[in-house]
Write a protein that binds this ligand. Sequence first.
Ligand SMILES: Nc1ncnc2c1ncn2[C@@H]1O[C@H](COP(=O)(O)OP(=O)(O)OP(=O)(O)O)[C@@H](O)[C@H]1O
Ligand SMILES: Nc1nc2c(ncn2[C@@H]2O[C@H](COP(=O)(O)O)[C@@H](O)[C@H]2O)c(=O)[nH]1
Length: 203
Amino acid sequence: MNKGLLIVLSGPSGVGKGTVCAALRQKTTDLVYSVSATTRSPRPGEVDGVNYFFKTREEFERMIEQDELLEWAEYVGNYYGTPAKFVQEQLDQGKDVFLEIEVQGAMKVKQKFPDAVFIFLAPPSLAELEKRIAGRGTDDDEVIRRRMQVARDEIKLMEEYDYIVVNDQIDCACRRIMSIIEAEHCRKERIVPQLTTSLNEVL
Ligand SMILES: Nc1ncnc2c1ncn2[C@@H]1O[C@H](COP(=O)(O)OP(=O)(O)OP(=O)(O)O)[C@@H](O)[C@H]1O
Ligand SMILES: Nc1nc2c(ncn2[C@@H]2O[C@H](COP(=O)(O)O)[C@@H](O)[C@H]2O)c(=O)[nH]1
C-alpha cells in the first residue's frame, strides 16, 4: 500500500473535472496534482508544464517506449498520459496525489494501484453535458460530436468506480470529493498499519 493516497477523478469531457479541481485547489492545499503529457494543441491560456506538458507524437511515443508513463490513452485523436516518476515520488513521501484522467487510463491505474480511490464525476444529464462542452467554446462541432460519443461509452463504465459524484453544483461536488478523501483516510486497511507502533500493547 502506498504511503499517500492516489485519487483518480474521471468522467466525460465537459462534465466539469477541471472546474471542480480548480475549486478543490482553493479549498485544500493537502493534495498534489499530477500534470499530464498530451499531444493535443494548447488551448488559449494553457501553459506548458502547468496545464499539460505539450508533446509531439514522436516525443510522446518515446515516453511510452521508455516506460515513463504510469498510464496513457488515445482520446479523440490525441495521446494523454500521466508521468510516473512524479506520482510515485509524491506517494512515497506520504502525499495524496490527484489524477484527472479519462476512463481507459483510469482502468489501467486500477490494475497497477488497486488501493487507489476511483471517483467518477457524472453529469446531471446528457443534454447538460453537451451544453457544457459546447458552452466552453474550445471545440468545433465535429470534436464536440466525438467527445459526446466517447462520453456515452465512459458513462457505461461508471460502475467500475468506487464513488460516483454528480456534478450538479461545483461547491457540492467539491465537498463530496473532500468527504470521500477524508473517509478513505479512515479506512481500517490504511489506519491499522500506522497505529501498530503507537498501540502495540493491544494490537
Ligand atoms: N456544476 C456545474 N454547473 C454548470 N456548469 C459547469 C459545472 N461544472 C463545470 N461547468 C462548466 O462546464 C464546462 C466544462 O467544464 P470543464 O472544462 O471543467 O470540464 P472537464 O471535465 O475538465 O473537461 P475536459 O475533460 O474536456 O477537460 C465549463 O464551461 C465549466 O464552467
Ligand atoms: N488517460 C488520461 N487521460 C487524461 C490525462 N490527462 C487528461 N486526460 C483526459 O483527457 C480528456 C480530454 O482532455 P482535454 O484537456 O483535451 O479536454 C479528459 O477526459 C481528461 O480528463 C492523462 O494523463 N491520462
